[in-house]
Design a protein around this ligand. Structure first.
Ligand SMILES: Nc1ncnc2c1ncn2[C@@H]1O[C@H](COP(=O)(O)OP(=O)(O)OP(=O)(O)O)[C@@H](O)[C@H]1O
Ligand SMILES: [Mg+2]
Length: 358
């Protein structure tokens, strides 16, 4: 069992509170991604699992055991860092086998494990090279290989792809997912890149300023973000947010923004007054003159994306981003009429943390 559980974990550096009470249970064999902006506490959370940072308050479990005071060596984890941290004077084979050698594993066994991992990662022909004679992607695979040979209960990865070019990053993303499926172990993966989080995680935990904002499957956090932070952090280009007023009419809530009026089911969280309505660029669709909700605005910028384009509209009531298909790409300055299905609309509190109301 390689469950990892944070139970009211707090981390302070002196007076600086960087993890502000974390409750999170990572399931056995799960691929969990920690994502959030720079400085939000992702690496700190990961390093606490590894035992590289002390825990100020609360308990951290690996399996059934509280590991707050267990030495990193005895936690049965392996960590892959952003800068790979390979030993420059050792060959790929020596780098990959080094941890096993320290553990006094017999040489024949080390060779077998290193050969296995090298085959899995397509490194066999590079085993005698030194790291400086490898490409970035190859070095990254050696760093993964070094973790694999230890057969840990939990793999920890801190931005392992951020030094790779865009194309290699995409292929390594798939490689790491494949590895997870083959190894059937728990992976905890840190990134600041929301695309990486969405494409790789079984679940995603979104952090901001030391707080975990939401944890859920990629579909849950994308389709039902709990607050405006998650709504705008997950998804690119980001969700449109517009100021609006909410008023009750019987069991319905009428939400009026500059462009739209939505008649939505009333929920217990809603109150009359100021709210924000959110809608994603892909949910705006070409409208007709008769539509109740019609946004008309001229196109200011067009961003072609191959089979589709993002268009930036400059309306008199605020700017809006919409996604349009290639059959429908407008000209600069052209006026677009767009509408939206009310079922795709998000309503958030205009005050406080901007929590979701619908
Ligand atoms: N050793 C330390 N002493 C004091 N403060 C620290 C220390 N390490 C990290 N911090 C602070 O803790 C906060 C969280 O840092 P952390 O490295 O976990 O962020 P992160 O989410 O991984 O960011 P990034 O995406 O930039 O890597 C930051 O404000 C950072 O300045
Ligand atoms: Mg970090």
């Amino acid at each position: 069992m390689a469950r990892v559980k944070f139970d009211r974990v707090i981390k302070r550096y002196g007076d600086n509170l960087v993890i502000k009470g974390l409750d999170l249970e990572i399931q056995d064999k799960e691929f969990l991604v920690l994502v959030g902006p720079s400085g939000c506490g992702k690496s700190t959370a990961l390093r606490m699992i590894a035992g590289l940072e002390e825990i100020s308050e609360g308990s951290l479990y690996i399996g059934e055991r509280v590991v707050n005071d267990v030495h990193p060596k005895h936690r049965d984890i392996a960590m892959v860092f952003q800068n790979y941290a390979l030993y420059p004077h050792m060959s790929v084979r020596e780098n990959m086998g080094f941890a096993l050698k320290l553990k006094k594993t017999p040489k024949a066994e080390i060779d077998r494990l290193v050969d296995d991992a090298a085959k899995r990662l397509e490194l066999t022909h590079l085993l005698d090279r030194k790291p400086k004679a490898l490409s970035g992607g190859q070095r990254q695979r050696v760093a993964l290989g070094r973790a694999i040979v230890r057969n840990p209960q939990v793999f920890l990865m801190d931005e392992p792809l951020s030094n790779l070019d865009a194309k290699l990053r995409v292929s390594m993303r798939a490689e790491i997912k494949k590895l997870h499926q083959q190894l059937q172990t728990t992976f905890v993966y840190v990134t600041h890149d929301q695309t990486e989080a969405l494409t790789m995680g079984d679940r995603i935990a979104i952090f901001n300023a030391g707080f975990m904002q939401q944890v859920g499957t990629p579909f849950e956090v994308y389709n039902r973000p709990v607050n405006t932070f998650v709504a705008t952090f997950i998804g690119s280009p980001q969700m449109n947010l517009e100021a609006a007023k909410l008023a009750f009419e019987g069991d319905r809530a009428v939400v009026k923004s500059g462009y739209f009026t939505f008649n939505l089911p009333r929920t217990e969280l809603m109150k009359e007054g100021d709210v924000l309505v959110g809608f994603r660029p892909e949910h705006l669709v070409p409208g007709n003159a008769g539509d109740a909700n019609l946004l008309k605005a001229p196109v200011e910028v067009i961003e072609p994306m191959g089979s589709e384009a993002y268009v930036y509209l400059k309306g008199d009531k605020g700017n809006v981003i919409a996604r349009v298909g290639e059959e429908f790409i407008p000209k600069l300055g052209q006026e677009l009429s767009l509408t939206i299905d009310p079922a795709k609309v998000h309503v958030f509190d205009a005050a406080g943390d901007g929590k979701r109301l619908n």
